[in-house]
Ligand binder design. Sequence first.
Ligand code: NDP
Length: 311
Amino acid sequence: MSSTAVPAGETQGGAALIDGKAFAAGLRGRVAAAVEKLKAEQGLTPGLAVVLVGEDPASQVYVRSKGKQTLEAGMNSFEHKLDASASQETLLAKVAELNADPAVHGILVQLPLPPQIDSQTVIAAIDPDKDVDGFHVINAGRLMTGGKGAEAPLVPCTPLGCLMLLKDRLGDLSGLNAVVVGRSNIVGKPMAQLLLAESCTVTVAHSRTKDLPAVCRGADILVAAVGRPEMVKGDWVKPGATVIDVGINRIDAGGGKTRLVGDVAFDEAAAVAGAITPVPGGVGPMTIAVLLANTVTAACRQAGIPAPELG
Ligand code: NDP
């Protein structure tokens, strides 16, 4: 990417700011319009069920915000709370009930789960067509094999949100060198698959990667999903590159206060990059907006009607 490709707009230290908050608001608007149309033309109201086990404060905040945004988009929201001591059998019975409920088109079991419950077993029990988190092995397999139509995957929300921001910024990604730092099942691996499907040349880096700075410097698209505050430095970034920072890390800001930072040293990287997502306000707001979009997609597929293009 050359710096001449950067459009006028808000910039930070040379790089254009990729405004995930604004993009997510637009996506929620498109979801709400699609829902209104589905209700009017098909008599179909998409429904999202969220199951929370226990009282983890961060999870409670996420679940509240998912419920609120689901209702704001005109969809049905079903919240199910189970005790922190709930058994795996109790949770599996709840998942089976939601799998069988025709008003529920998307099921999300909020992670992390208490230690007595195996999250893989629970994810495997969700109907893959209702798995709006995209974590079921069937959806992971469909993503890997490029399934289309009835075999199209439901894609994990955070990496799909990152891809939407990249395509909005860069258009055609074909032939670009993409480096994804991180190989988790929820972010790094699906991100790499999505970029490969866009015909990028993809490198997946991780904790054993040799000379990570040099690997990152080869990236036209650099995605950091590591969970280490400000690890990616300015001199790891190729001039003009597009940097997507997935990290959300709370650090000590002195005086008893904390602040959120990403996995990228923002000021340094922004001085070199062509475009960059801030933290907060970049990738973070995309996740729930994509969850709503995935629920609409799932509802349409279950009803046997074409899913609207929302991204
Ligand atoms: P994981 O802890 O599951 O994975 C982290 C990955 O980073 C691993 O693959 C690990 O490598 C790699 N890694 C760790 N240390 C290094 C290092 N020093 N050098 C290179 N690679 C390293 O994290 P997640 O993928 O779940 O999340 C990553 C970040 O994204 C977190 O900050 C999280 O909070 C954030 N996040 C944000 C979301 C949002 O915006 N909505 C949603 C999900 C996550 P290895 O495999 O070798 O151990």
